[in-house]
Design a protein around this ligand. Structure first.
Ligand code: TEU
Ligand code: CA
Length: 562
């Protein structure tokens, strides 16, 4: 954005978003499972933090093979979570607090218990081609594609005597988007939700909906095999643009597409009116930094990442998106480890580093997405057995390695699991120091992390806490337009300790200094004139006036008006 260009103001660029994994947020009826009334009870809590947009992970009717990402009925609510009336009450309560609501749109696949799949299995005329069915001997899948949940992406169905495709769990068959009737049904379902007055969608795994003609074999070096051919397939833009024109375009809503494997060069074709009409992308480039070359579950080469590389990725997205395109900023979600454990230091510098991550999330250019529990610095937990895990992806990968003979047991990958499992972010929210962290009065569906007596919302709302730091940062972003719309400029790209950038809008410049390390470092950047620097917010008790030549303590941050 150049200075003389008018600012393209949009409400969804200005909001701070918060993601809820309903199963693990707050249980209102003591059955051990978080639910919608439990969320409604906490709307005031979200409001006090300063949240203006809530992304609700799937709450639709589901047999829970993948905790709700396997949808049995798009137009009803999961029994465990409540009723459609509960959902309406949540929406009303959110809107009363000026918090917008976006739902999770999962349309790459359905549950195998969805009516469409049941009908398709029986070859009932309209539904016969709703999924990917292929002939072939029961011991030989139609191609070499692998599933994200481990094993082949194909399962042989005895009833139909054919193979069906599932890029995720075998209980998540892929919808056949080539079939116009499938696209019609999806568009009407989307419109049904939009008519209820929601404010948009986070769109799940949408880069996989277009499969290439002939379903050719993929590169076996990649994980899962086939991702090179089924990712960003040939008709993806056609399908997305059509969906946009038929649905989102008619409402004042926001859409964020989850698309692993998207580069900044590809983004423009998806984003904005001149693309497919999408507003933002959750890209994965920074999520792929600390995984081995063979992907997330590669047992070699995981766990290391360099700040210089991280900065290079984030800065590329900050500066190379098209003029009118916009970023979604995130460090974690329900599929990733806890951010303070992964990108900070969850021991000696938990408070400082959690505040540093908060500063990063709220001062770079894009809409920040916080994940439940990050505002109190919730950490990874420790998994000690296969039985202690819930996530089908983690379990699937361990089972694959055992089946291949690569490992003998869980113990051989225990460290990797404890680094990477999606289960870390799914432990229940820690509200109070009392039994079950105040999450439930019953038996929690998944164990509460052991540190809940120390780390919980009640404890975190007093003093110079992580929670209060998030609240201040959110308020600051609401107050300073430069933090939303200002241009981003990186300094010291190669520095492995300091992440330093400015944000500039018109006459106003804000400097952000992050010591992203557990060692002190001196800030010395001749290119930035700091004599009149006015400190706005730091994460240590006493922040320096002029940062120049000053030592920044471990994970210390400073925000300055220049
Ligand atoms: O995740 C999508 C997903 O897992 C892939 O897009 C991604 O390539 C992979 O994680 C890379 O490591 C979404 C949901 O967020 C997740 O919870 C679901 O399990 C999945 O889709 C299936 O619906
Ligand atoms: Ca409940």
């Amino acid at each position: 954005m150049s200075i003389d260009q008018p600012i393209d103001r949009q409400w969804w660029k200005e909001v701070t978003a918060y993601q809820i994994y309903p199963r693990s947020f707050n249980d209102s009826n003591g059955d051990g499972v978080g639910d919608i009334p439990g969320i409604t009870e906490k709307v005031g809590y979200l409001d006090s933090l300063g949240i203006d947009l809530l992304w609700l992970c799937p709450v639709y009717d589901s047999p829970n093979a993948d905790n709700g990402y396997d949808i049995r009925d798009y137009q009803s609510i999961m029994d465990e979570f409540g009723t459609i009336d509960d959902w309406e009450a949540l929406l009303a309560e959110l809107h009363d607090h000026d918090i917008r609501l976006i739902m999770d749109l999962v349309v790459n696949h359905t549950s195998d218990e969805h009516e469409w799949f049941e009908q398709s299995r029986r070859r009932n005329s309209k539904y016969e081609d709703y999924y990917y069915w292929r002939d072939g001997p029961p011991d030989e899948p139609p191609n070499n594609w692998g599933s994200f949940m481990g094993g082949s992406a194909w399962t042989y169905d005895e009833r139909r005597e054919q193979w069906y495709l599932h890029l995720f769990d075998e209980r998540q068959p892929d919808l056949n988007w080539r079939n116009p009737a499938v696209r019609d049904d999806i568009a009407s379902m989307v419109t049904w939700w939009l008519e209820k007055g929601i404010d948009g969608f986070r769109i799940d795994a949408i880069n996989y909906i277009s499969k290439p003609d002939g379903l050719p074999d993929g590169d076996t070096e990649l994980s899962p095999t086939g991702i090179d051919v089924f990712g960003h397939g040939p008709r993806i833009h056609e399908y997305l643009r059509e969906l946009y024109d038929r649905t989102f375009a008619n409402y004042d809503v926001v859409t964020i597409a989850e698309m692993a494997g998207t580069t900044v060069d590809m983004a423009g074709d998806y984003l904005g009116e001149d693309g497919d009409g999408l507003d933002m992308i959750f890209h994965f480039e920074h999520m792929d930094l600390d995984v081995g070359p063979g992907g997330r579950w590669d047992t070699e080469g995981w766990g290391e990442w360099s700040l210089a590389e991280f900065k290079e990725i984030m800065s590329r997205w900050q500066t190379e998106l098209g003029e009118d395109d916009w970023n979604a900023i995130y460090l974690g979600n329900h599929d990733q480890p806890r951010i303070v454990s992964r990108f900070g230091d969850d021991e000696a510098y938990r408070e400082e580093s959690a505040k540093l991550l908060a500063t990063f999330l709220l001062t770079t250019r894009g809409t920040p997405f916080l994940y439940q529990g990050d505002e109190i610095g919730m950490t990874n937990t420790e998994f000690t057995s296969l039985d202690g895990l819930d996530d089908p992806m983690t379990i699937g990968f361990i089972e694959d390695l055992i089946a291949e003979g690569t490992i003998d047991s869980f113990e051989d990958v225990r460290d990797l699991v404890n680094y990477m499992s999606r289960d870390h972010s799914r432990t229940p929210m820690q509200w109070f120091a009392e039994t079950n962290a105040g999450f439930t009065e019953g038996d929690p569906w998944f164990p509460i992390a052991e540190n809940y007596q120390e780390i919980n919302v009640e404890a975190a709302r007093t003093g110079e806490s992580i929670w209060n730091h998030y609240q201040s940062l959110i308020a600051l972003r609401d107050e300073l337009e430069v933090l939303v719309y200002g241009e981003y400029e990186l300094y010291l790209p190669d520095d492995e300790q300091l992440y330093t950038y400015t944000r500039t809008l018109g006459e106003e410049t804000v400097l952000v200094v992050l010591n992203w390390s557990d060692e002190p470092v001196t800030f010395d950047v001749g290119a930035i004139e700091t004599d009149d620097a006015e400190p706005i917010l730091g994460n240590y008790e006493e922040s320096p006036d002029n940062p120049q030549g000053r030592e920044f303590r471990p994970y210390e941050t400073g925000i300055y008006r220049l």
